[in-house]
Design a protein around this ligand. Structure first.
Ligand code: SF4
Ligand code: SF4
Length: 351
């Protein structure tokens, strides 16, 4: 508990930020639980210990490319592909919450976002501040994540029809993509470790380095978030121009100079609202005249509610567990080094 209090002390203050901390903390615990369960499950099938648990389907939330392909397959064929359906529903949930309250997934649930935020805050403790990239460099760097998303869209949406998508999703490679990802991190190469260390070092000095410049998932949610009717709105009559809102914004948005925050980078974190000393000057709402104001508790309820609703719907309708059974997984995991499980230049080998 003492450690948790210590972490909380270096984060932005305010009741909304306390709430956000606990939501992020609960989601990290959920991800850790999935990670432990999955580790034990793989070890069991590899015959190296572990426990005979069933595979946690939530692990498919870490397969965003497979989920994106499943989404497109769903649009083309009208049916849910039975391999990794949980990944598709998690993607549905994340897109739905961003259409409702912008890129809220990034600042309320995403474990990488949470990690990135805390590394940045830790860096601020060490160096006394976070550093920013020059504005002339910031814009081109921010477009990198959109370029990566564009490349993914090009490969998936323009290069594949329903038949080839279905073939890819049913391929041996995709069936064990989660196990391959796990093995990648378990037996991480020196090169990948160096890349990770560089990203951590950059995140220490530049807040949210990964999220701001490189995450294609964040780019997708930034675009879908533009559809959200709710925006941070500043009452210029009551504003005292103290700039506290801009100072705490993790995404370096000049909130103090805008009437309405239209930015694709806003994650509805509510840090600016919490920091504002003049009551009701900053509000998350549909328009300047709107009476309905989204308070932090409402954002938390919306984010968690949408996530539970969509994933719960998948479970209730029998679209949560993969069609790949335990016996098939066992056979494939024991043969995981077979070339049929190697992804080669954009194509997945078939059996
Ligand atoms: S504008 Fe406000 S809600 Fe949006 S990211 Fe910045 S601090 Fe968070
Ligand atoms: S923190 Fe509030 S009062 Fe200060 S500049 Fe921002 S909106 Fe205006």
């Amino acid at each position: 508990m003492k450690k948790i209090k210590h972490i909380k002390s270096w984060r932005p203050s305010g009741s909304g930020q306390q709430l956000r901390f606990w939501v992020q903390f609960a989601f990290i615990l959920l991800c850790l639980w999935i990670g432990v369960e999955f580790t034990l499950w793989v070890a069991w099938h590899q015959g190296s210990g572990g426990i005979a648990l069933s595979r946690p389907a939530g692990v498919e939330g870490f397969l965003p490319i497979s989920a994106l392909m499943s989404l497109y397959y769903f649009f083309l064929s009208g049916s849910i592909h039975p391999v990794h359906p949980a990944g598709l529903f998690i993607l549905f949930a994340i897109i739905a919450m961003s259409i409702l309250v912008k890129k809220s997934f990034c600042s309320w649930l995403c474990p990488i976002g949470t990690l990135s935020e805390n590394i940045g805050e830790f860096g601020r403790k060490i160096f006394g501040r976070n550093f920013g990239v020059w504005r002339w460099l910031d814009y081109p760097l921010r477009s990198l994540k959109y370029l990566m998303l564009g490349f993914l869209f090009y490969v998936v949406f323009f290069g594949m029809d329903a038949l080839s998508l279905g073939q890819f999703l049913s391929s041996p490679y995709n069936k064990v993509a989660d196990v391959k990802m796990f093995i990648f991190f378990r037996d991480i190469s020196q090169f990948s470790l160096i890349v990770l260390a560089i990203l951590v070092a950059l995140s220490l000095v530049i807040r949210n380095f990964w999220c701001r410049y490189l995450c294609p998932y964040g780019a997708l949610l930034g675009l879908t978030g533009l559809l959200s009717p709710f925006r941070i709105t500043r009452n210029t009559d009551s504003c005292i121009d103290c700039a506290k809102c801009a100072k705490v914004c993790p995404n370096r948005i000049a909130v103090d100079r805008l009437k309405v925050v239209m930015s694709d980078e806003c994650t509805s974190c509510m840090a600016c609202v919490d920091a504002c000393p003049v009551r009701d000057t900053l509000q998350l709402k549909a328009s300047r005249k709107s009476r309905f104001v989204f308070r932090s508790a409402w954002v938390a309820a919306a984010v968690v509610g949408v996530f539970l609703l969509v994933t719960g719907l998948a479970m209730l309708t029998g679209n949560w567990k993969s069609s790949v059974g335990e016996a098939e997984y066992s056979r494939r995991i024991q043969d995981i080094n077979n070339p049929i499980y190697q992804h080669n230049q954009g194509s997945a080998p078939q059996e």
